[in-house]
Unconditional design. Sequence first.
Length: 268
Amino acid sequence: MDHISKYLTPEIKLSSYDDKLFKSDLMFDDHMLIWFISGETKIIQADSTCYFKTGDIFLIPRNLLATIVNYPRNGQPHKTVVMHLSMERLKKFYEKIEIDKKRQPEPKIYSFSNHPLLESCMASVVPYFDLEGTFPENIASLKITEAISILREIDKSVDNILANFDEPGKVDLISFMERNFMFNMPMGKLGYLTGRSLSTFNRDFKKYFNSTPQKWLTEKRLQLAYYQLSEKKKKPTEVYLEVGFEDLSHFSFAFKKKYGLSPSQLSL
């Protein structure tokens, strides 16, 4: 895989994947504003799947678990401009702005495709990547502030996400894991999202599931794969990434060990 990232600053980058496919399970520490120059992306969440293509603009909130599959298309790489909207940056932005405090909404991906103001803002940083030397921080700051201001102009409800600086609180572990078992995250991250330390997460997991996290996760992923193959008639190459496996051969081995036949046999 040929992956190239050029950074204007730690908060603004141009990202390009030239390979056929790149998959990652992610939970961002910052909100991510993304503009597609070329290529396609499929973003799989616990209860929805989004597709984005050339020209699309979208915002991924921080702490949102998702599987992201990037595809080049029509001989063009998967190429994006990405702005990290950090907590530090947003706290400074909102410190003099009064907003209506509402109940924290369920995190979701916001789509702002084909909006001329936002597209112009994102496109305006592309020529800067060809400059030599250090990019001025004050200009980068202006561009990010411009992007945040445009987001608020387009959709006022975005304040509920961008101006929320709370850390995850303790949540019901069983419900959380049943919704998010297909995402490959370090156990420490899963603990953080459920409002627990790693040691408390492992202790609670054993208490509620009578199993280790890894054993339980593998079992749940294989069960979902069996359903997708047998009932939805999907192909193994479509299924293994979506249920949480990183490698097709490992998925096939684990599946055959559990069910006594290969994924391709079941999907016939």
